[in-house]
Design a binder for this molecule. Structure first.
Ligand code: D5M
Ligand code: FE
Ligand code: ZN
Length: 522
């Protein structure tokens, strides 16, 4: 279902709906079913449906069509009875497969996949698909900014000089929202940006003397969607910027899920690499099994309900020149077989979520789908495979998983963002409301109909990996975690001075989102 389909259904039913709610529905992997659920359950006094009216948890507690969901479904005669029991918390929903469908649940640690490209990829790389992809990005991010600024189409600036706006409100400030297509410096050191909206493009200037603004502008990157407020020059050809409006996160208060237990976040295991740290990894598996003399660790171990892996499960093959000299397992299928063996040793009550990275055996262009069936088949039932990026709901806590390849681009483009401090790049993602804005650099982006990198709904946690350094930081009530690696420094990383922090594992308390880093390196 696209945005127009969703709007049409609600309008026909006599409701209005906010753009954020439309976004939430469209980003869900079962939009039709979700729409039906909302219409069935909405309070009749509601006129405008907003995100708060969408009960994703209630929806994910329902059995999905054709799913053998309930322990005793044969005993349940009518649909009503099925629904009644779905709300009974003592009733367990069992997963019938390891597939990441919308309502996959495992034991007492349910997972619902809210957004994932898997099985939804339509692009073949045609010109018009790129146009549609960037339009989707523009419309969704500009909608967020539009709530804060009264912007005009760029085309309307072309009609004239500043004097044309005399006597009108525009004689003072005007605002536009555009995607940055060029960043240049003038000979005097000012910054000139070319910005585009669907009606045209325009140049905006940020003066070096406006120190705060200039500093803010130094964080802007290509292809990002940003609002600018300023005044036109007398010839009407340039806007002198007075204010930069980023889509950013709202200053919302924290809503706690009421969930308990712990989630372990990790990534970049690189099984099959000769620098994979097998001994610390074995200690980690022992810890998950409660096999430790340390009482504090044993107590944490008992509480673990989820294990999330944000990509680079294995080292893969042919990822970089000469990789074969640094592999201990040369066949990529054997690497995954070894990984599957390890995951069979994770206690079965822990729900594992695996998302791929640039070393995994799926397409390199992002968004990446989940690992293929031939690989998934070896893994135990308590694994849910998802794409990269994806949004999962862990019993009420929403986690956005993204491997984090765009961090390479952000390190290169934004001053102050470095490999040693990976959450700085993740703060930029939140401010841009986009995981990977720069097109045509390190990240290959597939032009899907929808830009899967736009951060529409705000997650509770953003979980990335890729840079092999651990980092934990809060940004406006979103917990940002880069979950490090299980690979020691490689020859390549020595050359480019990437210093990993291996075998350190962030553990998140799901009730408070407080994070502890456990070290298995000694
Ligand atoms: O990436 C592991 C780390 O190594 C990450 O910090 C990026 C860095 N890396 C990887 N490839 C490159 C290239 N080509 N240039 C610069 N830095 C790089 P991983 O995805 O595990 O290989
Ligand atoms: Fe990696
Ligand atoms: Zn990586």
């Amino acid at each position: 279902m696209n945005e127009i389909d969703v709007l049409t259904v609600f309008i026909e039913e006599g409701y209005q709906i906010s753009p954020e709610a439309v976004d939430l529905i469209c980003s869900h992997c079962s939009p039709k079913e979700l729409v039906a659920y909302i219409l069935e359950n909405i309070d009749l006094s509601v006129l405008v449906i907003d995100v708060d009216h969408i009960d994703l948890e209630g929806f994910s507690d329902m059995p999905s069509e054709g799913e053998e969901s309930f322990k005793s479904s044969s005993e349940l005669s009518s649909q009503n009875e099925v629904f009644k029991n779905a709300y009974d918390p003592s009733y367990q929903i069992l997963s019938s497969s390891t597939d990441a469908s919308s309502n996959v649940c495992y034991s007492d640690s349910p997972v619902s996949v809210i957004s994932d490209i898997t099985d939804n990829s339509t692009c073949v790389g045609e010109y018009m698909e790129f146009v549609q992809f960037f339009r989707n990005r523009y419309s969704r991010i500009s909608d967020i900014i539009r709530g804060r600024v009264n912007a005009r189409p760029i085309e309307s600036l072309k009609t004239g000089k500043r004097s044309n706006f005399r006597g009108s409100k525009e004689a003072g400030e005007i605002s536009v929202i555009g995607m940055i297509s060029e960043i240049k410096s003038t000979s005097n050191g000012h910054k000139i940006l070319e910005v585009e909206d669907p009606t045209g493009s325009f140049s905006v200037l940020i003066r070096m003397a406006d120190k705060d603004l200039y500093e803010q502008a130094s964080h802007l990157v290509l292809d990002e969607v940003v609002g600018f407020t300023g005044k036109l020059t007398n010839d009407g050809k340039l806007m002198i910027v007075q204010k930069i409006i980023l889509p950013d996160l709202p200053n919302t208060t924290i809503k706690r899920s009421g969930t308990t237990g712990k989630a372990i976040l990790t990534s970049d295991i690189h099984i099959g690499s000769s620098t994979f740290l097998e001994e610390p990894w074995e200690r980690f598996l022992d810890f998950l099994n409660g096999d430790t003399d340390n009482e504090a660790l044993a107590a944490i171990s008992k509480d673990v309900r989820y294990l999330l892996i944000a990509g680079d499960l294995v080292d893969g093959i042919g990822i970089y020149p000469g990789q074969e000299h640094e592999l201990s397992i040369l066949d990529v299928y054997d690497q995954y077989k070894k990984a599957a063996e390890y995951f069979h040793r994770v206690p079965s009550h822990i729900h594992i979520i695996i998302s791929p990275g640039n070393h995994d055996a799926v397409r390199q262009a992002e968004p990446q789908p989940k690992l293929p069936e031939i690989i998934r088949a070896d893994f135990p039932e308590n694994v849910t495979f998802v794409g990269n990026p994806s949004i999962v709901d862990l019993d009420g806590v929403k986690v956005l998983l993204y491997h984090g390849r765009s961090i390479d681009d952000l390190v290169a483009a934004v001053p102050g963002v470095s490999y040693g401090d990976p959450t700085k790049a993740m703060v930029e993602m939140m401010k841009f409301r986009h995981l990977s804005p720069i097109y045509g650099s390190r990240v290959s982006i597939a032009p899907e109909k929808k830009d899967h990198f736009v951060i529409g709904n705000v997650p509770d946690i953003l979980h990335c990996g890729h840079v092999h350094t651990v980092g934990v930081e809060w940004y406006k009530n979103v917990l940002l975690i880069n979950s490090g690696t299980w690979q020691d420094q490689t020859e390549f990383q020595k050359r480019v001075n990437v210093v990993p922090t291996p075998a350190q594992v962030p553990v998140v308390d799901l009730a408070t989102l407080k994070t502890t880093i456990l070290k298995f390196d000694e």
